[in-house]
Design a protein around this ligand. Sequence first.
Ligand SMILES: Cc1cc2nc3c(=O)[nH]c(=O)nc-3n(C[C@H](O)[C@H](O)[C@H](O)COP(=O)(O)OP(=O)(O)OC[C@H]3O[C@@H](n4cnc5c(N)ncnc54)[C@H](O)[C@@H]3O)c2cc1C
Length: 485
Amino acid sequence: MVDTLIIGGGTAGCVLAARLSEDPDHRVRVVEAGGFWASAAEFPPELADSGALPLDDRAPWLWRYPVALTPDRPGQIVRGRGIGGSGSVNGCYFIRAAARDFAAWSAEVDARSWDFAELLPYFRSLENDHDYGDHPGHGRAGPVSVRRIARPTRLVEEFGAACGELGFGEVADWNSLPGGPESGVGPVPCTVGPPDGSGRHRRIGPAHSYLLPALSRPNLSVLGDTRVTRLRFRGTRVVGADCLYGGRPETIWADRVVLCAGAIESAALLLRSGIGPAEQAAALGIPLVAAAPVGEWVTDHPEIGIDYLHPAASGRAVPLEYVLELDDIEIRPYTVAFAPGVHRMGVSLMRPTSSGRLRLATADPLTPPRIEYGYLATDADRTRLRAAVELTGQILETMSAESVGGPGEISDRWLHDRLGTSQHLSGTCRMGRADDPRAVVDDRCRVHGVDGLSVVDLSVVPVPLSRGPQATVMLLAERATVDLR
Ligand SMILES: Cc1cc2nc3c(=O)[nH]c(=O)nc-3n(C[C@H](O)[C@H](O)[C@H](O)COP(=O)(O)OP(=O)(O)OC[C@H]3O[C@@H](n4cnc5c(N)ncnc54)[C@H](O)[C@@H]3O)c2cc1C
């Protein structure tokens, strides 16, 4: 029996495990479906280099899901599987969500607790910003190492110069006050170590920042290769979880369970355990514990990939060294090559109005859920992306780059054919008031209608985020700890 069972040792799970176990009388256990690497030296070497995304087709540290981006555009997405979760495989981009996102979030819960001003102390205390740590609104003493790439690759320099020529202002610090600049071009803050002799930077994920330094505590235990299949309830109180430990079924009992399995698996676990839409549970023969709109809303950043040729070589520092932000549009000059000799610009819509949903395909815990993104369903989203693609064309022209398969006219078909996703799926267990029919958890991350169960990961964020989510997930977990102590 433990005091808190954390399901999923990913980004949020690492933060929570480290923070909750600071109290020596609080027994914390983390169960992680993927590998548990107990020191930086034990991590697979492929995860160390921040210049590469370790997304090989057969990599054992990934979950893979077939998805429908639109009804007629299938896709494939991945998530990190192993200690550190997606934070162990991601692009290391670490930009805080904009103050306006937190204002929208607070409005959903009718409480000031998720306002940017309320959250700023947590942002400050979690970071060790090597460039701006002493500036207002920043921190110097936190566990998360943040730095910008001092010498961007030539391709990225050309991108920055082209944006300047087109009149976009330079932003030195995306995480500056008040609540992040909305527009401009500038270097991406990254969770990486200092450059080594060859200019490479080590990826510093949430396991390195939070979990590994806490492992010597006797009140913290971590089980790897342990996949939770279902939650256990007594009435409407959660009392533990069934899992497969090295393939063998086991049950772990706990006073309290916190789901940190990420926006896909946290939702799937709730649905499989009888917390979800009543008709879905009935159709799959799952006994209902509490009716809840789990998986009924899904949001993510649709991304159009524009390939181009340019004489400058691809870089080796991080996949994304600079971004151009235009309020709800992010333009990303990737430094990683997606095909030999071809560069790619990602054009992403950060506050889409289209949304999707996630449902179970079967009650079997090993079958992946069905994920329908519902991308590009609204005129507003298509119009905004068309404008962003046109602007990207101007940037490429200014860089004297040659677009591959660039559009004359940007039709809906052209957008569909180049449609992808930024891999930021969120919102499956939305935060909101008890009387909100779309809400799954309250403003303290507790699941409505059940006792002893919380969800703390990207699934609870109730609004689209104008920036990549990693910084926000860490912030969320830091903030949630206060209520879970
Ligand atoms: C390839 C990729 C690149 C990305 N790049 C960036 C970026 O550069 N910047 C950015 O801001 N965002 C990025 N993101 C998104 C960001 O990394 C994630 O949104 C964030 O890490 C999510 O944190 P989380 O705690 O919600 O889930 P995760 O970090 O994914 O953690 C979930 C954990 O739960 C475990 N788990 C799941 N199911 C079970 C189960 N049944 N039993 C036990 N354990 C379970 C998983 O194995 C995993 O370790 C990227 C995502 C991907 C996939």
